[in-house]
Design a protein around this ligand. Structure first.
Ligand SMILES: Cc1cc2nc3c(=O)[nH]c(=O)nc-3n(C[C@H](O)[C@H](O)[C@H](O)COP(=O)(O)OP(=O)(O)OC[C@H]3O[C@@H](n4cnc5c(N)ncnc54)[C@H](O)[C@@H]3O)c2cc1C
Length: 339
């Protein structure tokens, strides 16, 4: 879409559908702001989606909640006022029109129009840690994988999995019954995954090599044919034939194009003032991504910063009106929803 209609312009666009982005969306609803949330992943929840079974005890007023339980609650709360939710789009570019409207451009070319932006992007988009071997990327998507798109490709194959966390262990236990042969290499002697998963793996037919790391992959015709693994203590190397390689070395955050918007950063965090304002007027930030004196990198801290960013966006949009304190207990729409 090249030309937007007035109805396509939002008061606030929140980038990031983690707990802080979702709570901010709720608070935007409280402030009657037309709101959109853009999340690059296919699901809402942010980092919390990586620990669904862990129990959190440090959310104020909530004695204990699992990660999955918290996501359920923040999704319910964040969607109460019906914001537009866009999933699977990664915001990369920023343009500003003469009338002050921001154009947010996504990696797939989609454009979103907004009067203000709240960045609730955590550490950025999660991307897998890849092999550092130069040239290894030529095998990607053929038989070198960083995620599993189809289990069937491992059926009756000679599979190598590198990694020792929950994800690697889970995939190893899933693939082991269908693979012709499975080898798991991990650079430490101890696995970091859940005990039950590790026990299951160690009792399976998989060949488990620790402490070894996947040093190199070699092949021809775009396919990996051989892998070289190295004993991390002795340096002894071992070469093996492989049909499929799955690398599960964890994830890292990637700010992508947002790093070039002209925002002020401090150790990869966006510098904000006491009102959650960034150095670009109309752009605010909240949650893990912010840097300010007294920063508390907890969900509870982000839950305070989100409403502060929303109040600042409201004041920016309507500078002549004082942003009054509001309580959810007194909110007409919420009272009506409860009836
Ligand atoms: C194992 C583990 C345990 C933890 N335990 C606790 C705990 O007990 N208590 C606690 O308070 N905290 C805990 N944390 C930290 C907590 O998860 C984070 O503080 C919280 O998730 C931050 O929320 P957020 O919304 O700021 O960012 P995130 O949860 O990181 O969400 C950011 C979202 O933005 C999206 N995004 C990023 N860039 C873009 C883009 N360009 N376009 C579109 N979308 C984008 C990402 O995909 C992501 O979904 C834990 C963290 C881990 C890893």
């Amino acid at each position: 879409m090249d030309v937007e209609r007035e109805t396509d312009i939002f008061d606030v666009t929140i980038i990031g559908g983690g707990p802080v982005g979702l709570f901010s969306a709720f608070y935007c609803g409280m402030r009657e702001l037309k709101t959109k949330v853009i999340e690059s992943a296919a699901e809402l929840g942010g980092k919390v989606a990586f620990y669904p079974d862990k129990v959190l005890h440090d959310i104020g007023g909530v004695a204990a909640v699992t990660g999955a339980g918290l996501i359920g609650q923040v999704v319910r709360q964040g969607t109460m006022f019906g914001p537009d939710i866009v999933l699977g789009q990664r915001v990369e570019g920023l343009r500003r029109r003469e009338d002050g409207i921001f154009e947010l451009v996504c990696a797939g070319g989609e454009t979103h129009w907004t009067r203000t932006v709240i960045l609730a992007i955590g550490n950025g988009v999660f991307v897998p840690r890849k092999l550092e071997q130069p040239g290894a990327e030529r095998f990607e998507g053929v038989n070198l994988h960083y995620s599993v798109d189809s289990l069937d490709r491992f059926r009756d194959r000679n599979v190598l999995i590198s990694g020792g966390g929950n994800s690697a262990i889970d995939w190893a236990n899933t693939i082991e019954p269908i693979a012709a042969k499975l080898t798991v290499v991990h650079r430490r002697t101890q696995f970091a995954g859940h005990e039950s998963g590790v026990t299951k793996l160690l009792n399976s037919s998989a060949a488990v090599m620790t402490p070894y790391w996947l040093k190199e992959v070699h092949g021809d015709g775009g396919r990996v044919r051989r892998a070289i693994v190295e004993q991390t203590e002795t340096g002894e190397t071992f070469e093996m034939e492989v049909d499929e390689v799955l690398v599960n070395h964890g994830i890292r955050g990637d700010l992508g194009g947002l790093a070039n918007w002209g925002l002020a950063f401090e150790e990869e965090r966006i510098v904000v003032d006491a009102r959650m304002e960034t150095n670009i007027p109309g752009i605010f930030a909240a949650g893990d991504v912010t840097s300010h004196p007294g920063k508390l990198k907890l969900i509870a801290g982000g839950f305070m910063e989100g409403p502060m960013a929303v109040n600042s966006a409201k004041a920016y949009l309507d500078p002549d009106r004082k942003v009054e304190q509001i309580y959810s207990t007194h909110h007409e729409k919420l009272i009506a929803m409860r009836r």
